[in-house]
Design a protein around this ligand. Structure first.
Ligand SMILES: [Zn+2]
Length: 320
């Protein structure tokens, strides 16, 4: 069970048999209409009166009452079952485990415990994807519509399919030549993993890195960096993509801040073997030239699933 479960000790003497209404009364709960305690008292009065009169009706009433007795555990389990049966209103996917409430109740050592449902991670991923604009791309970019006119395109798609089939902790890297379908392929992988219920966090490098570097001394940085480092699957789109230099017309080289940020995230994920998908206009060799430590970690983790093309893929393609 989750270590972040919330425990609500309900109390009560284990094994004691009372009616469900009595348990409700002793736990401070009431059913709709009238207070449980007054009904319990009414039952007791009815019973006492019956004893005094020694009537068959009173005996029957007592038998009926006896038949409703349950232990505290049984009462608690009924209460938990009722709470779990309530339908919630969370949107984005239909989860039958928590019935779209995001929380599941269960009994542990005689106490009622609430645990976050796994679907919350996927819901958070979807919320972030929606905010980042990737949601529409996921609808458009799928593996089944990745066009393969050339053998190297077919090979790219096979790598993506193999990556999805493996399910281990390997990384996927698509780099090099612009316009060869890197974003299509990586987005299709991210969409497929998301549809399987995984937590996928999208990081558009050019935007997110600027925000992170600007907040490096703020508490916000730690929060954002923590998620990027610890999320189940991270998709970094256009790693080390920089703005164009207005004089030379060429992309500016990544700054020391860019390199430090990339290393911080990638090294953490490398050490913890967390699945990562990376697209970049730099080839794997180019990344190693920019920063050997970060580049070599990408190379090592994505050995089996690396597609990296130099400027003209028809003449010089490298698929490791
Ligand atoms: Zn759920």
């Amino acid at each position: 069970m989750s270590s972040r479960s919330l425990s609500l000790c309900w109390g009560g003497c284990k094994g004691t048999r009372k009616s469900e209404k009595q348990w409700q009364a002793s736990s401070g709960l009431f059913t709709r209409g009238w207070p449980a305690r007054s009904r319990t008292e009414g039952k007791a009065m009815e019973f006492l009166a019956g004893l005094l009169r020694n009537s068959p009706e009173a005996r029957k009433a007592w038998e009926r009452y006896k038949g409703t007795e349950i232990t505290s555990e049984e009462y608690l389990q009924r209460k938990i079952d009722r709470m779990n049966a309530i339908e919630g209103d969370l949107e984005g996917q239909d989860c039958r485990k928590c019935r779209n409430k995001g929380v599941i109740y269960f009994m542990q050592d005689g106490c009622e415990v609430a645990m976050k449902c796994e679907c919350l991670k996927a819901r958070e991923s979807r919320r972030r994807l929606k905010a980042s604009g990737l949601e529409k791309l996921i609808e458009r970019y799928r593996l089944d519509n990745f066009q393969c006119f050339k053998p190297w395109q077919e090979a790219m798609r096979r790598k993506a399919e193999a990556f999805l089939a493996e399910g281990g902790d390997s990384w996927f890297f698509a780099g090099g030549q612009p316009g060869i379908g890197k974003t299509h392929l990586c987005t299709a992988i991210a969409g497929e993993l998301l549809s399987r219920g995984n937590q996928v966090i999208y990081m558009l490098w050019r935007d997110e890195s600027v925000k992170l570097k600007a907040n490096v001394n703020e508490p916000e940085y730690q929060k954002s960096a923590w998620l990027l480092k610890n999320c189940e699957i991270l998709y970094i789109d256009d790693l080390f993509k920089t703005q164009y230099d207005e004089f030379s017309g060429k992309p500016k080289p990544p700054t020391v801040g860019d390199v430090n940020l990339a290393f911080e995230i990638l090294n953490y994920r490398y050490n913890n073997r967390l699945k990562t998908i990376i697209s970049s206009e730099h080839t794997i060799d180019g990344l190693i030239r920019i920063d050997e430590a970060a580049g070599s970690r990408i190379y090592e983790m994505s050995k089996k699933f690396c597609v990296s093309f130099s400027r003209d893929p028809s003449k010089n393609q490298r698929m490791v």
